[in-house]
Design a protein around this ligand. Structure first.
Ligand SMILES: Nc1ncnc2c1ncn2[C@@H]1O[C@H](COP(=O)(O)OP(=O)(O)O)[C@@H](O)[C@H]1O
Ligand SMILES: [Mg+2]
Length: 271
């Protein structure tokens, strides 16, 4: 498929004041750095990354292999902490949270999708999708109901009992997306979600992320595929751990129709 070149005329610098200034940033990173030490060598995976992501945005983080994308996703997803700089998620400084508070945020506020689907083998789709609800302490009947609903919403209502090996790659990724949304998280983080998919499945998975965004979820897609960035409202590019460009698609300031409803909605899961 044809990718959007860096000079895509649909992309403009993100300097125009938006009509959505009332929206708080969901993600606010300030001068975030992360260094890995391998023997005597220091690898600067992230250097001075400053980035704010508004609620309801659909952001693509792009860059070549090794540019720091997964490191950034791990920090945004509270799977790892920065060495320096500050990360504020939904108004909360992540460094001030205990491990168990971080785990709770990962479980309730964030849905994760990975390149390799990460489904449990020889286990029906329904049970795979129920898993985050098990961790959240949701009762069995309610788990069934919510997981069935999530699978229906990704178009797999007729595949509840299928095991991963009985599903195509695109279907497996949709099961993984159902698992990511079953707790009704405000933020979806996907690391190379289409990396293992053919072009047809890629398009259907990207359409699904667009729909989930239209329902009011903030979506961050990490990818090195230009094709994927065409579905984004905003494209941030990394190189050697630094943000080298940050562009918003013209006219893409629209607040998702589902956002007001989501903001009003109280959390469905028990505290
Ligand atoms: N756990 C780790 N230990 C050592 N080096 C790492 C680790 N994770 C990532 N790196 C290094 O940090 C850099 C950025 O990696 P990564 O964030 O995975 O990039 P990307 O996802 O863009 O391919 C790379 O040079 C990688 O080798
Ligand atoms: Mg990566």
């Amino acid at each position: 498929m044809i990718g959007a070149p860096a000079g895509d005329p649909a992309l403009a610098r993100d300097s125009t004041p938006g009509t959505d200034g009332h929206r708080r940033p969901m993600i606010a990173l300030r001068e975030v750095g992360k260094t890995f030490h391998l023997g005597d060598t220091a690898v600067h995976a992230l250097r001075d990354v400053t980035l704010a992501v508004r609620e309801g945005d659909l952001l693509a983080i792009m860059g070549p292999s090794g540019s720091g994308k997964s490191t950034l996703m791990n920090i945004i997803g509270c799977l790892d902490l920065p060495d320096h700089g500050r990360y504020v998620l939904e108004g909360v400084d992540v460094r001030r949270l205990t491990e168990s508070e971080q785990a709770s945020i990962r479980n309730r506020r964030i849905g994760f999708v990975f390149q390799g689907f990460n489904l449990i083998a020889r286990t029906p789709a329904l049970e795979n999708v129920e898993l985050p609800l098990v961790y959240a302490g949701v009762a069995r009947r309610e788990r069934r109901r919510l997981a069935t609903e999530a699978l229906e919403s990704v178009g797999l209502g007729d595949r509840l009992d299928h095991q991963p090996s009985e599903l195509s790659g695109g279907q497996q990724q949709r099961v993984a997306i159902a698992r990511a949304i079953v707790t009704d998280p405000a933020l979806l983080l996907a690391d190379e979600p289409t990396g293992a998919l053919d072009s047809v499945s890629t398009a259907s998975v990207l359409e699904l992320f667009s729909e989930l965004n239209a329902q009011g979820r903030t979506v961050v897609l990490i990818t090195h595929e230009e094709e994927v960035s065409r579905y984004a409202k905003r494209v941030v590019r990394l190189h050697d751990g630094r943000v080298v460009s940050d562009e918003r698609r013209t006219g893409a300031y629209d607040v998702p129709p589902g956002l007001a409803a989501r903001t009003a909605h109280t959390e469905a899961l028990p505290a």
